[in-house]
Design a protein around this ligand. Sequence first.
Ligand SMILES: Nc1ncnc2c1ncn2[C@@H]1O[C@H](COP(=O)(O)OP(=O)(O)O)[C@@H](O)[C@H]1O
Ligand SMILES: [Mg+2]
Length: 393
Amino acid sequence: MSLYVYLEPDRDRLAQVGPQFQSIGCAIVHSIADLEAHLPRYPETLLVIVGATVPLDEVLMFTAYQRLQRPLIGVVLVRRTVEPNDVLRCLRSGVREVVEEADWDGIRNACSRSVDLSKALSTTLRTNSEQAPYGRVITVFAGKGGCGRSVVAVNLAAALSAGGVRRVLLVDLDLQFGDIAIMLKLPPDRNIAGGIAMAGRLDEPGLRSIITGYKNGIDVLLAPSSPAQGEHVRRELVVEILDLARPNYDFIVVDTPALVTDQVLAALDISDWLIPIVTPDLPTLKSVRLTVEMFDMLDYAKDRRLLVFNRSNSEVGLTPEDISEAIGMPFAVHVPSSREVTISVNRAEPLYMTNPVHPFSRAIARLAELCSGITPEVAQKRRLFSRAGKAAR
Ligand SMILES: Nc1ncnc2c1ncn2[C@@H]1O[C@H](COP(=O)(O)OP(=O)(O)O)[C@@H](O)[C@H]1O
Ligand SMILES: [Mg+2]
């Protein structure tokens, strides 16, 4: 387990100074893209040490994004020489310290100060979130089966958890044919049907007894293992479960069946984000449009909807413009179609967890940013930064 990671793209430089960093227990990565892949895999990381050859602009973009997305992780910047003007820019973007490469003691001290600060922050953040967490409810839906609701829900939960920094509950409200247990290879015995007998008097231990722990801070409330039981899960029970769960999670992601059932309406009524998913085919398009019209009738806020275009790169004669116009709203995110998605489903491992830099995972990460309230300006910075990361490879 390594709390530090050292980024140095230049192999010669790495040969000279790498062993020193390894001696203090650093993991080593060679590009910002590798670093992006490393951080979700090693959620214990508290410090990124950026080597002297990484261009300053990339460092600043990375740090500004990092500060919002993973506030616990500190950034210490190593430079050949320390220029006062650069130091100011760095500190403004959130770099904790800038140290000269030749000053090894200085580097070591800066690293331990940063780790101490992260540990202190972690306690404070946890205490604050224990005092007042209030899970935002995010419901994904589509008017037809096979649009990718469950794939998006599972990967969105993974992205939102940010490697365990945030607590996420994934709820399978596809009460007849829920797929989440299969998609995450979870034993089906604890599930929402266990709540039927507790309806009207469900308490936290009761809720915990029907929830299944997954990984990285993600809990799952599975659908009943037999379709018949689903009919006995009433709308009131769904409301009771979501109300009870909210104070214990940062996000609650709800997966739904193709029909807008009474239980789904209960979730939609209290959702902070509604995520319609559309694929480029006419039947799906029609049903999503009808559902969105229904939302208008029910007065669900328009600025709380994030339209996802799944399989956006499929060549099937419908342009994105046609689709977005027919539904009457712009796309928040384009999610590409990829074989890797199907392979990940068949392996029962969310693609976001095994390959967070895959284009599919990046699209899901953008969706997670939007759900977390990260502004389009910061999202834009992140896009620039990921391009810079790619170009550096
Ligand atoms: N972006 C994508 N790229 C490739 N395959 C996808 C994509 N989205 C969904 N799929 C495939 O479609 C299948 C159905 O997706 P799923 O999430 O189960 O749909 P739904 O929950 O809407 O019925 C999945 O097993 C997956 O293989
Ligand atoms: Mg599904």
